[in-house]
Design a protein around this ligand. Structure first.
Ligand code: SF4
Length: 334
């Protein structure tokens, strides 16, 4: 029996290179090694997009097409929609008795997100909603309702997993040894920097290349990418480590070409415009097969619906079985 691995993505926008190198590549490996549950976390997306349900609904399908386009196989991955598993909401209510409000307020990941969403939650988090504050509890329900044993997380997500483990321990200490304590799988993948040199690529930062970007958009974005500001003329030597164009050559170009970029840049033997044009070509070569595959699903949206329905049904069966055990343990199996 393969171990169960569970991960989720919030459907708030299309996937970009940060998602691909930061998570997607890992998913491609995981689908072969584990029983892989992939949650399209629409309920979680609504915690800070509650006033924009059309955006969340549209992106459930968009993100699924992106994931299929990068090569995830619906015969190996259970793609499911969080809102269609009512057991998750039910379990969230049960777990809400096992965690204090102050513990949630102290959770570093939650604190960080509140600080980043001042427009929505106020300067000091005074407008924070009950739903947003409680999303780590809902995540604990996501994980445990599928008996999730392994959870791929980045460093910034570790406090959420620890919160889940605390809930599991508390639950088991009261109701018996029912739930599995999930373990982290630390992601071996890369955190991708933005075109502007920011440590993180993100939609809200406006510094991302999306998997669906057309050639004209890619052209414009790369032409505006940050280079070594000390290089003024074509034959000025420069430091490729200070240049985002070189950084992206490293991600999508061949090792041979990337080494050539590096040595020519250091010697002042290449101009930035040529260098950017070469990157545009390498980027298109990298993204075109993904876009080609995605086109197939755009032309056949019924396939995407079928895949989501199938995965959701499989997830519902699993969730119902776990919930039966939980309700027996909690003596609410009337
Ligand atoms: Fe960057 Fe290329 Fe210009 Fe060097 S030559 S600074 S690597 S764009």
């Amino acid at each position: 029996m393969k171990k169960i691995i569970l991960t989720g993505l919030r459907p708030t926008g299309n996937l970009h290179l940060g998602h691909y190198f930061g998570a997607g590549q890992n998913y491609l490996k995981m689908q072969n090694d584990y029983d892989f549950y992939l949650e399209i976390a629409d309920v979680q997306a609504l915690t800070d997009n509650f006033d924009n349900p059309e955006k969340v609904r549209k992106n459930v399908y968009e993100i699924t097409k992106d994931l299929l386009a990068i090569g995830l196989d619906p015969n190996k991955v259970h793609f499911f929609i969080q809102s269609q598993i009512p057991e998750i909401a039910e379990l969230t209510v049960f777990y809400s008795n096992l965690v204090t409000v102050s513990r949630l307020q102290r959770n570093p990941t939650v604190k960080n997100e509140i600080a980043q969403k001042k427009e929505l939650f106020g300067t000091n988090g005074e407008s924070i909603t009950y739903g947003f504050l409680g999303y780590p509890v809902s995540q604990a329900a996501d994980i445990t309702v599928f008996d999730g044993e392994l959870i791929p997380v980045g460093d910034d997500q570790l406090p959420l997993l620890e919160q889940c483990r605390e809930i599991v321990r508390k639950f088991n200490s009261i109701y018996g040894d029912i739930l599995k304590e999930p373990q982290q799988v630390l992601s071996s993948s890369t955190r991708v920097k933005g075109l502007d040199g920011n440590e993180k690529m993100g939609k809200s930062l406006g510094n991302a290349i999306y998997l669906i970007d057309d050639e004209e958009t890619i052209n414009k974005k790369i032409m505006n990418a940050i280079t070594d500001t000390n290089k003024i003329k074509k034959d000025d030597p420069a430091d490729p480590e200070k240049c985002m164009v070189y950084y992206y050559h490293n991600l999508v170009n061949t090792t041979e070409n990337t080494n050539k970029v590096c040595s020519e840049c250091k010697k002042g033997a290449r101009g930035c415009v040529t260098c950017k044009k070469e990157l545009i070509k390498a980027m298109n070569d990298f993204l075109n097969p993904i876009k080609e595959k995605r086109k197939h699903y755009e032309e056949h949206p019924e396939l995407v619906t079928e895949i989501l329905n199938k995965g959701t049904m499989e997830a519902q069966i699993k969730a119902k079985n776990t919930m039966k055990k939980i309700k027996e343990a909690m003596k609410i199996n009337y």
